[in-house]
Design a binder for this molecule. Structure first.
Ligand SMILES: Cc1ncc(COP(=O)(O)O)c(C=O)c1O
Length: 394
């Protein structure tokens, strides 16, 4: 379904857009449920677990105060920006000026989308990973930009070959999007790759936009770095982060962008025209999450790890090929022999078993032949989903 209207047509820049994949999938799932099907959703990356109780308490206490209900400062409260700077210093040893190198976001998706609006002129190119989070390309197209997709392949551990991007593309490129730990592949980047990427962005005068919402979801002893740990990265880089996955706060809509101060300023100006920040108690709880006790994250990650292992074993038993992810909340797996179309595979699996996975094609052409499984679903349901899958495939 594209956007059409008998009364008034939509603007050209959105006319060819379809609703976001998960919006349409939700509708389909509601229909199946209405027909009595027990649907297990292992498609969307939305954590099922709550944040630690002390974070929720902080929201409640703040909301009970009389002075937290007015408009909140654009770009976030000073306390939140300070907490972000402190978190970056303690967690990554990255020094940020909370006044001009940090901005609060209404979830990082908002900031990713708006980055394209503040950087791209019509005809400018945005360099986007394929597969990749769809907002990078959608936001670029809506801004009037062009998208050049670079492949992430298993052969290269889902790290791009930046030198393969043609010179004429680079000459018009304004943004290079990267995302590690990666959605949808679960891949992680080495510091050596981050150094290469920063040097590349500097050489070609391109803004490096690193999307890093999964830095706190790591397994097997892995600790995800920030790209801002590369010396001098701030000259050419903006990093997005979020409390959605790190602190199980996806519905709260709280994220941040940090790094290059010019770009932070552009975002501030743009956002101050279009939104009026978010509810102060959400920022207050964000401060508590970022600066409070972090030990609960170990227990949370142990739950994800147990789920990951269930999924890895289930998928392998069903004939999928995959790498075991060391971070993020996804398993990215190549369809068993004999299957090629990920859309058809997922549609049939859903119709016939009630198990909902995400087709890899949603993330780009190079995602075809893969599916993405999310770990944000209760463990017993994931176990059941894997049992249904293995039985169905046999
Ligand atoms: C790679 C990536 N970036 C950004 C987001 C958006 O997160 P937020 O909830 O902060 O908007 C997601 C959510 O799934 C994601 O996977």
């Amino acid at each position: 379904m594209t956007l059409t209207s008998a009364f008034i047509p939509p603007a050209d820049r959105i006319a060819s857009f379809k609703p976001y994949f998960f919006a349409a999938l939700g509708k389909k799932i509601n229909e199946l449920k209405a027909r009595g099907m027990d649907v297990i959703r292992i498609d969307m990356g939305s954590p099922d677990l709550p944040p630690a109780p002390f974070i929720v308490d902080s929201l409640i206490e703040s909301a009970k105060r009389a002075d937290t209900h007015a408009y909140t400062p654009n770009g976030g409260t000073p306390a939140f920006k300070q907490a972000v700077a402190k978190y970056y210093l303690e967690r990554f040893e990255v020094d940020l000026d909370p006044q001009c190198e940090v901005i609060g976001l209404i979830g990082s998706k908002e900031g990713l989308f708006n980055l394209s609006q503040v950087i791209l002129n019509p005809g400018d190119i945005s360099l986007v990973p394929d597969p990749g989070y769809p907002v990078y390309s959608a936001s670029g197209l809506i801004a009037g930009g062009e998208i050049f997709y670079f492949p992430l392949t298993r052969e290269r551990n889902f790290l791009p070959d930046l030198d393969a991007i043609p010179a004429d593309v680079l000459a018009r490129a304004k943004i290079l999007w990267l995302n590690y730990p990666n959605n949808p592949t679960g891949a992680v980047a080495t510091m050596a790759f981050f150094e290469e990427a920063v040097a590349f962005a500097r050489k070609h005068n391109i803004l490096l936009a690193h999307d890093a919402p999964y830095t706190e979801v790591c397994f097997d002893g892995y600790i995800a770095p920030s790209i801002l740990q590369v010396p001098g990265a701030k000259d050419v880089t903006i990093e997005f982060n979020s409390l959605s996955k790190s602190y199980n706060m996806a519905g709260w809509r709280l994220g941040m962008a940090v790094g290059n101060q010019d770009v932070i300023r552009y975002l501030f100006t743009y956002k101050s025209q279009m939104d009026t920040s978010t509810f102060a108690p959400i920022f207050a709880a964000g401060v508590t999450a970022l600066s409070g006790d972090q030990s609960w994250l170990h227990e949370r990650n142990a739950i994800y790890k147990a789920r990951r292992d269930l999924v890895v074993n289930g998928l392998r038993a069903a004939g999928f090929t995959l790498e075991i992810p060391r971070a993020a909340i996804y398993v990215w797996a190549q369809l068993p022999k004999g299957y090629t179309g990920s859309t058809e595979f997922c549609a049939r699996l859903l119709e016939e078993t009630g198990v909902s996975m995400t087709p890899g094609i949603v993330y780009g052409q190079h995602g075809e032949g893969f599916v993405r499984i999310s770990l944000g679903t209760p463990t017993n349901r994931i176990e059941e989903a894997m049992q249904r899958l293995v039985k169905w495939i046999e």
